[in-house]
Design a protein around this ligand. Structure first.
Ligand code: UDP
Length: 247
């Protein structure tokens, strides 16, 4: 058991709170039940959402780390609290796609569901006030957001993470359509996969029924997000949140 203790609130985002700890190189990340979409325009509180995201994310960050992509996760402190290496977040959202959906369909007039011939990596500038616009390497380089080697790493690591996650979800009968990753610079200079890997930042479609198993249920009013997330949890872990039968 670690002796890390929670200090002052450093930052509060839409779905998580980040606290200091007594160790300057570690932060304490708390997953909230808040759901937001369209850059915070649509909001709700969804019971168990924070716990489902935290536990699925811990599981997937562990799998990705074991596959050779270092992550910020140091310790799972409680069902909804992670102790993580403190990073300087690179303001480049890395989206990896296997199937056309969402903004890719809208921007280019493509049908949702079109399977891509190989995975696509896209970069978006992480800025709430600008609604995360799509960006290229040139923007990152000339505006000083990331160096060339870092962008190369983000692409390479994104594709490696895709290999791991695609196989993981396929085993469970789920198509990994796309997902978003964030990376940061650790105090020792190493690039780490940060943030979370969860149904909040992924598109997951049931292979048999096409049902959406992710935050699009909330964005598009397709059903009850809490029920969707609890069912996804049961599919991943083989039991419900309380350890009992899936339900
Ligand atoms: N995504 C995210 N945060 C964002 C934007 C997108 O986690 O601020 C995720 C989203 O859940 C999806 C993927 O990134 O899995 C691609 O999203 P897209 O660009 O299609 O945008 P959207 O349709 O969600 O606006």
């Amino acid at each position: 058991m670690s002796t890390t203790t929670r200090g002052a609130l450093l930052y509060e985002g839409k779905a998580k709170q980040v606290y200091a700890t007594q160790d300057p190189d570690l932060v304490w990340i708390h997953f909230k039940d808040d759901a937001t979409a369209f850059n915070g325009v649509k909001r709700a509180s969804v019971q168990d959402k924070g716990e489902v995201n935290a536990r699925i994310s811990a599981h997937l960050l562990g799998a990705v780390g074991a596959a050779g992509v270092p992550t910020h996760l140091v310790e799972v402190r409680s069902p909804r609290d992670h102790i993580c290496t403190r990073v300087e977040v690179i303001p480049v959202e890395v989206v990896v796609r296997n199937v056309v959906a969402g903004s890719l369909a809208r921007r280019f007039g493509r049908e949702e569901g079109e399977v891509l011939p190989r995975p696509m990596v896209e970069f978006f500038y992480k800025s709430d006030s600008l609604n995360d616009p799509p960006m290229s390497d040139e923007h990152a380089l000339l505006f000083g957001w990331a160096e060339a080697w870092e962008l190369a790493y983000l692409r390479h690591a994104g594709l490696r993470v895709n290999d791991v996650l695609k196989a993981f979800w396929a085993e469970l009968g789920v198509t990994l359509v796309d997902f978003k990753l964030e990376f940061g610079r650790a105090p020792n200079g190493q690039l780490l996969l940060a943030d979370e890997i969860s149904p909040d930042g992924s598109r997951l479609w049931d292979r048999a029924t096409g049902q959406h198993l992710d935050k699009d249920v909330f964005r598009r009013d397709l059903g009850d997000l809490g029920d969707t997330y609890r069912a996804l949890f049961a599919r991943v872990f083989g039991h419900g949140l309380d350890g009992g039968a899936a339900g």
